[in-house]
Design a protein around this ligand. Structure first.
Ligand SMILES: CC(C)(COP(=O)(O)OP(=O)(O)OC[C@H]1O[C@@H](n2cnc3c(N)ncnc32)[C@H](O)[C@@H]1OP(=O)(O)O)[C@@H](O)C(=O)NCCC(=O)NCCS
Length: 199
């Protein structure tokens, strides 16, 4: 259960609870002006982190990174932490969120959040853009494709459905291959894709 959500000090980026690749990733993201937020359990144990950019002169929050410690994974903390960031973003005047996904666990998290996927960029990353939850001002007119999506998606961008996601995950794309992540078995991945409903 998440009971605290707060900006992380630089010192904490090197929290010994994190694998070193996470600490490195967070240091790089901080360098690029990302805000890093942490989730704590009742007893103060660090559960996970998330990093986002709140750019000036933009209505878009940039979701950059999320990590949940392995022993807490799969309990909804990642999604919960993300929703808290979205609430904060709304209070700061943002109405949409964008991101690029380059891993199956990232894709699965964002499916759970109901994000809209528009296709893949030249690096094979899945391009995300959607209104923040409960934010009517972020909803685009029917059929309109966000500008940043039009600029980067290879081919014609369109909101992907479960069948498209299935082909990305079970196609040739190594980034999203379920069998690279032992915690995710094929059947639960298929169920998760079938449950996918956009915001
Ligand atoms: C992505 C990540 C932050 C999600 O954190 P989380 O706290 O596990 O997220 P949630 O509990 O909200 O679950 C999100 C989905 O992943 C599934 N999941 C996460 N960990 C799992 C595990 N160990 N076993 C089975 N399923 C798991 C959940 O079941 C859920 O899928 P569902 O909605 O289809 O059931 C976490 O998997 C992680 O740290 N991954 C490594 C870092 C990474 O690749 N981050 C993404 C790039 S930004």
């Amino acid at each position: 259960m998440i009971i605290e959500f707060s900006p992380m000090s630089h010192k904490k980026v090197h929290d010994k609870d994190f694998p070193s690749w996470v600490a490195t990733e967070l240091s790089v993201l901080r360098f690029y002006q990302c805000e890093i937020m942490r989730a704590l359990d009742y007893d103060g144990t660090l559960v996970g982190v998330t990093a986002a950019r709140f750019p000036k002169r933009s209505k878009y929050l940039n979701f950059m990174f999320a990590y949940t410690k392995e022993q807490f994974a799969g309990r909804g903390h990642g999604a919960e932490l993300q929703r808290i960031v979205y609430t904060l973003a709304r209070t700061r005047g943002y109405d949409r969120v964008r991101s690029l996904i380059n891993s199956w666990s990232g894709l699965r998290l964002q499916m759970r959040l109901g994000h809209t996927f528009w296709g893949q960029n030249v690096r094979g990353e899945v391009v995300v853009s959607n209104p923040l939850p409960l934010c009517p001002s972020g909803v685009l007119p029917e059929g309109e494709v966000p500008l940043h999506v039009r600029k980067v998606v290879v081919g014609t961008p369109r909101p992907l459905d479960a069948t498209d996601i299935h082909s990305i995950v079970f196609g040739d794309d190594d980034k999203f291959r379920v069998d690279r992540h032992s915690v995710f078995d094929r059947e639960s991945a298929i169920r998760s894709i079938e449950r996918y409903v956009r915001l």
